[in-house]
Write a protein that binds this ligand. Sequence first.
Ligand code: GLY
Length: 363
Amino acid sequence: MADKIHVTASKDYDVIIGAGILPETGKIVREILPQAGKVLIVSDTNVAPLYMKTVKDSLASSGFEAFEYVFEAGERSKNIDSIAGMWDLMAKEGFTRADAVAALGGGVAGDMGGFAAATFLRGISVIQIPTSLLAMVDSSIGGKTGIDLPVAKNQVGAFHQPSVVIEDTDCLKTLSPDLFTEGMGEVIKYAFIMDLPLYDLLRKTADEGKAAELASDTDMLTSVIKSCVADKAYVIANDEFDTGLRQILNFGHTVGHVIESRSDFSLPHGVCVAKGMGIVTDAAVKAGTCDPQEAAKMKDLIEAFGLPSSDGITAQDAVDGAMNDKKKRGDTLSLVVVNKIGKAEIVKVTSGEYLEFLEKGLN
Ligand code: GLY
């Protein structure tokens, strides 16, 4: 039995969450896109061997002609050459505006499939089919699509909402421990920025020594995913285009993205977000806005789920990297701070103020 969470945006859509729903992909897409004939399934070399056939067969049985674009797994593939490969394939196969892209996989597949769909013929439909925890709770929802440039992550992109998001929680059964842990970085983020009941649940799980077991407890994990998806849907409904409230989703990300780029993407996104949340929280304590006990609770939860809450980056490097970040507007950027668990605050800071703040949390 699948659940639906509705997302209200410039184009409304549902996030369908359920166990074993991947073989229903064709039926779901046919209902939503009755005119579509062709679907390009974008996936990576880790995910395609597991799920490509199921999705392709399901689409074929609902009358779609399905094509594959499989890229080398990893953030390093998130570039214009991959997108050009997708454009070429769709052009060669005669895709029209009635056709669609299906992004099958983690955050990279979702961002790239979404961006190829946003730009081909000035925009065709995209179906998001996230298979990682991180993509299920965050990146597949809300329409952010794009690619990286050598200078920084996600520098080119477009807002392009999906027509539907299909989340088969059975896919989590094949998730490696590392991918589970990195996804928890984004899950914990929701708890800190806006979801005290989620924090309490995660705290209880950790206190009972069951943090690692959560990965295999599909029922509990599904309920955690639903909480995060509902949180994200609320944020998108209130600020689709990232001009206000949506910026709270970037808690830990401004520092995290710099750490991620500087590692040449060898460190996973969720791990870098966890480091970023810890660094900002340390700085908030030294700035006198966050109670040390509250900060200790936050860092403890991050670490309880096997994530790091600090990094050796210098404040100057973190600021220099952030100045290339698209979250910057003019000379100011939006710093997201959590002084009380369950409520994020956005503070506009200049680069000088940001440096001064981070110097408190970093050596
Ligand atoms: N992942 C952050 C956002 O969707 O805004």
